[in-house]
Design a protein around this ligand. Sequence first.
Ligand SMILES: Nc1ncnc2c1ncn2[C@@H]1O[C@H](COP(=O)(O)OP(=O)(O)OP(=O)(O)O)[C@@H](O)[C@H]1O
Ligand SMILES: [Mg+2]
Length: 241
Amino acid sequence: MSGLLIDIRQVTKSYFSGSVETQVLFGVDLAVPRGDFLAVMGQSGSGKSTLMNILGCLDQATGGSYFLNGVDTLTLSRNELANIRNRTIGFVFQSFNLIKRMSVAENVALPLIYAGVSRARAHAKALLELERVGLKDMAKRTPNQLSGGQQQRVAIARALVGDPPLILADEPTGNLDTQTSVEIMRSFQQLNEERGITILLVTHEPDIAAYSKRLVRLKDGRVLYDGPAAEGLHQMNATTV
Ligand SMILES: Nc1ncnc2c1ncn2[C@@H]1O[C@H](COP(=O)(O)OP(=O)(O)OP(=O)(O)O)[C@@H](O)[C@H]1O
Ligand SMILES: [Mg+2]
């Protein structure tokens, strides 16, 4: 076993509409060790969400290989895939995806309830995760009684409630103002540094990507850059001016 949390090699992805094939990813390699903090950037349509969906086992590659935590995902049944996804990955979305009629605590506890954990234990763990993101006092509120940044922190607590080693986030600050985006990125930084959580996020904004350690830039379904974030962002500046 390689010790990598994510190991994809020569991944291709095509969408088919009838007999018409549209290829979106053209042989992407990505190796992510535990503890990494990686931002994916690239123009609209470059394949960022497609790649994230494959990494999140929400969609399957057309070609290539994907080992998640040492497991060859292409050999798994749908059930096995769902299992490894639930154990390994916490998802954070641009639109928070919280359930409006449930309390904040119930939202955070939900993945554990689905996993068969008792209500009492799930609730206790939810409160612990809410405390860790500084929102314990909001546990009884509903999501619409919270600010956007608070809602996203609730979503982060929900992503972490099952103790996954990895968080995948597709434009987690896309619906937030600059100040709040910075707060969310600091939360991710803290999770990465203090709890060793591996984080992969998609962003359009260089200022947001600057909080990560590593940057991957996609262009037309290929990796254009993969390296230290500071250097990659510097190169971007140099080429766009
Ligand atoms: N389900 C689908 N069926 C057909 N084509 C798709 C599908 N999903 C995405 N595509 C196409 O694949 C390409 C890449 O889309 P993707 O959503 O991965 O881009 P993206 O980099 O996330 O863009 P954005 O920054 O706008 O979110 C686009 O040309 C898109 O139209
Ligand atoms: Mg996208």
